[in-house]
Structures are given as structure tokens and as C-alpha cells.
Design a protein around this ligand. Sequence first.
Ligand code: ADP
Ligand code: UDP
Length: 240
Amino acid sequence: MVKKELLYTGKAKKVYATDDPNLCIFEYKDDATAFNGLKKGSFEGKGVINNKMANFIFRLLEADGIKTHLKEELSDRETLVEKCEIVPLEIIVRNVAAGSFSKRFGVEEGTPLKNPTLEFSYKNDDLGDPMINTSQALAIGLATENEIKELSEMAFKVNESLKKIFLQIGIKLIDFKIEAGRTSDGRIVLADEISPDTCRLWDAETNKKLDKDRFRFDLGEFSDVYFEVWGRLKEYYGNN
Ligand code: ADP
Ligand code: UDP
């Protein structure tokens, strides 16, 4: 597979074209950002570990029947994926109140929710990724009614699988964000990444935060917890 021109430089990854118009290559960076890019940081090896973890998790989800864009891990930092048109919605599922949910609704962080919740944000950095409801998303043409239905079903299915995957390694899945892509032949697949950058993960015994909140709120041990999650995944589910 020939790596060709740089298509996009994001906050956590670079995306390259390949000689196949239906495939692109992710190159994970060591950078971390939070608060819509206002806070910046990094740690050595973050890109490697997120590349490996995201692919590992996507493989486990595929084994559970979830279709993803993943093709092949090419190197420590690089992965070949199916090139998609990303649906411009961040799809957020929550099991326990935290982050913006706690703030917006005045629900104390750590309160278990009676049912998993689903919400969408309009993926638009200039607007600060505002929360959007489905009739608004339909009204401005971000997705079709069928797509919204499919995204919602995918989100809850990913939640059930991910909850189990993490619980097996002593981790509670508090919330997470996913993205979905439209393939050239009209399928919807799980795209982007799932990693401690995109999930809130708490140790099941101690509630220790094992995710990007350690960076967001300067809690220390930022890199250690990423290695901790990766170590537990590898130990339990085997070395690829
Ligand atoms: P951001 O754009 O938020 O800074 P990243 O640094 O992770 O995020 O950049 C990766 C970009 O690639 C994102 O804009 C994401 O929506 C996009 N993307 C994810 N999966 C695919 C895919 N399969 N095909 C094309 N683009 C993708
Ligand atoms: N999230 C993400 N990218 C975003 C916004 C949120 O990966 O641009 C994840 C975040 O890590 C958390 C979940 O989505 O796991 C819910 O985030 P929340 O809405 O609470 O926003 P935040 O507190 O991150 O502003």
C-alpha cells in the first residue's frame, strides 16, 4: 500500500491518501488536546498506544458483529482504514453521569444513569461542537432519518459490547464518543477511533480515572493510565 498525499491534519491523527481511492492511512500523533483544542499536551508514545488500543478494540467489536472501517495495522503508528465520508455528528453514549452531562443537568459526577443515554453533537470545531437534536440534524441535512436510526442502533450496540470488554478487565465504561462513516458503496461503519481519548474509563474497584480526564484536569499519571488500560487489555485478551 503506497502512502500518498496528506489529506488532513487533525488534533490526534494525520490522514493520508493511498493509491486506492477507497482506503486511507491514519498516522497517530503523540498530541493530546482538550476543551476544543484550547489545552494542548502530549506524551511520548501516546500515538503508538492509541493506534494499537483503537485497533485492538475495533477487532473485539467486529467479533461482536459491529462493522468498522479497520483494514490493517501497518506499523506502530499507522493503520489502513476504509476511506469514509464522516457523518458530521459526534455520537455520545453515557452510562454514568460525568463531564458536560453533569454540568448541564446538575447531576453529580458518578451518578449511575437509569438507562444509557444517547446524544449528538454537530462535529464542527468553529462552532465548538454544539449539542444537536435529531430534528435539527435532519433539518440542516447532516444525516438522513435512516442514518440517524442506524447510528443510534450502532451506538447502543457498541455500548453493550464495550461495557463487557472493559468490565472483564476491571474497568467501568462511564461514557464515550464514536464517529460513523459512509463508505463509497453506501454502508455505514464505525470510524475514527475508540481509546482513552474518547471514553471515560474508571477503575471498577477504586473509581480511579483511567482516561483523558487526567490530562483535562491535570490529575497526573496521564501516560501511566493509558499504559495501564493497554496492559490490562493485552493481558486479558491476548497479544493480538
Ligand atoms: P480531529 O479532526 O477532531 O482533530 P483526529 O486528529 O482524530 O480528529 O483526525 C482524524 C480525522 O479523520 C477526523 O476528522 C475524523 O473524523 C476523520 N476520520 C475518521 N475515520 C475516517 C475514515 N474512515 N475515513 C476518513 N476520515 C476519517
Ligand atoms: N468526547 C470526545 N470528543 C469530543 C467530545 C467528547 O471523545 O469532542 C468524549 C469524552 O472523552 C467523553 C464523552 O465523549 O468520554 C462525553 O464527553 P462530554 O460531553 O462529557 O464532554 P467533555 O466533558 O469532554 O467536554
